[in-house]
Write a protein that binds this ligand. Structure first.
Ligand code: FAD
Length: 420
């Protein structure tokens, strides 16, 4: 089957890397990427705020899969074949220097996603991969052993022997998969911020507190708890802890129309009696100081003033006059401050989709479809999503790489791909 025609639908991280892996595994196949947009790798370009958080410094597949609210189990074996260490080695073998930040996120040393894009594009060019942009696939049918792929504004369909569907979260991609027999788990957003209608809180936009322990409570659902940094925005809350809760609670939050309760423990290393004790001590030690201006706990001033105001302590009230009721209310607020989630934040800093092609319909050893022979799937089109930190790109690289091997397998002259 030398010269086998491989069509890759979608020029994002998964499709692009899948195409590279396939052409590397078998240089005799003819690989064409069909990308709907004007440029390839557009999400890679904007990822990580333009710095591209390529992957995460977590090299144990068993630990890595814990960062995927959906798809972790299926990715366990996949990560034992191609994981963050392999991706880092792949880039470094091509001269791209990467660095790991304190929280484990991996970025190019250049802090510029173009470095990653340039490397991928150069590799694809060297491998002779054809890239067609503004080539949105409208229809795909299987006729005999061939796929006939109809591209917008082109009368003749393209013909492929094998197809990699890597269309991310596009509805058109889900439709193509469904037409070839796949079940689509309804897509809903993941990794979003929470809208909190509280003007006093919103006035503190930019305030960041770390670490907090935040618990998401939704009707008829077990509470979800995460620890990490929280960020106050001019519409509510953001930050890693909120994004993680939005991911683990993505489906339940969608079912509640993004209404729920967020309980924040602002001092997770202190018990409620400890907080009460430290507040009570101020009555003795600093009786003449105004409560609003003197915070005995390790909290930002703006957060302290938020809570003293919210529990109804007048600005000029001194510690000597703190009533027992006020003390208990303040301690309670710091231990489990409660906020009503009024909706999903509009700002899509790192937005992914929960849902997609049902994983049981894909053989993760090759990423081959179990519903349609010759079809392979990779990336976000699948019902896989990770939390923030480089996990989403890693699942795209990993599934793309495995799909590349699968696409090349069985073709005359195929060789096992090497990592460098
Ligand atoms: C703002 C933002 C920042 C992010 N930052 C990070 C980060 O720092 N780290 C991280 O790990 N993840 C990040 N993510 C998530 C990550 O970018 C995605 O999970 C990842 O890009 C998914 O790769 P993919 O190839 O599966 O899909 P995509 O990157 O979405 O690529 C799919 C491609 O298919 C094309 N396409 C769709 N339909 C068709 C069609 N019918 N015909 C032809 N082409 C089609 C699309 O135009 C697109 O180019 C971020 C996401 C966003 C939105």
């Amino acid at each position: 089957m030398a010269g086998q025609r491989i069509l890759v639908i979608g020029g994002g991280a998964a499709g692009f890397f899948g195409a590279i892996a396939c052409a590397t595994a078998n240089p005799r196949v003819r690989v064409t990427i069909l990308e709907a947009g004007a440029t390839v790798l557009s999400k890679v370009r904007i990822s990580g705020g333009g710095r591209c958080n390529v992957t995460h410094h977590c090299f144990d597949p068993a630990l890595l899969v814990r960062h995927y609210p959906r798809g972790g189990k299926a990715l366990r074996g996949a990560f034992s074949r191609f994981q963050p260490q392999d991706m880092i080695a792949w880039f470094e073998a091509r001269g791209v220097k990467l660095k790991t930040e304190a929280d484990g996120r991996v970025f190019p040393v250049s802090d510029d996603s173009e470095t990653i894009i340039d490397c991928l594009v150069q590799e694809a060019t060297a491998l002779g991969i054809r890239i067609r942009t503004r080539a949105a696939v409208k229809e795909m049918v299987k006729v005999g052993n061939e796929f006939q792929v109809t591209v917008a504004q082109q009368s003749q369909p393209l013909v492929g022997d094998r197809v990699l569907l890597a269309t991310g979260s596009s509805s058109q991609g889900y439709r193509l998969a469904a037409q070839l027999g796949h079940t689509i788990i309804p897509p809903v957003p993941s990794l979003f911020t929470f809208q909190i209608d509280d003007s006093l809180l919103q006035e503190r936009s930019g305030l960041s507190v770390q670490p907090v322990q935040a618990t998401l409570k939704l009707p008829q659902q077990p509470p979800l708890t995460q620890t990490g940094a929280i960020l106050v925005t001019h519409w509510g809350f953001s930050g890693p802890v909120v994004l993680k809760l939005s991911a683990w609670g993505a489906r339940a939050l969608a079912a509640q129309n993004y209404r729920g309760t967020l309980v924040v423990n602002w001092l997770p290393h202190r018990s409620l009696p400890q907080i009460q004790g430290e507040l009570a001590a101020c009555r003795t030690h600093t009786p003449k100081r105004a409560i609003a201006n003197h915070c005995p706990l390790p909290l930002p001033r703006r957060l302290w003033s938020y809570w003293t105001t919210t529990v109804g302590i007048p600005a000029e009230q001194t510690w000597a006059h703190l009533s027992k009721k006020q003390l208990l209310a303040l301690a309670e607020a710091l231990h489990r401050g409660t906020f009503t989630i009024a909706g999903k934040g509009a700002f899509k800093e790192e937005f992914v989709t929960c849902g997609g092609v049902a994983l049981k319909e894909v053989d993760f050893k090759t990423m081959a479809s179990r519903c349609c022979e010759g079809l392979f799937l990779a990336g976000e089109v699948l019902d896989i999503d990770g939390v923030t930190g480089g996990f989403n790109l890693q699942s795209a690289w990993t599934t793309g790489w495995i799909a590349g091997q699968g696409l090349a397998e069985g073709c005359t002259g195929a060789s096992t791909a090497t990592l460098s």
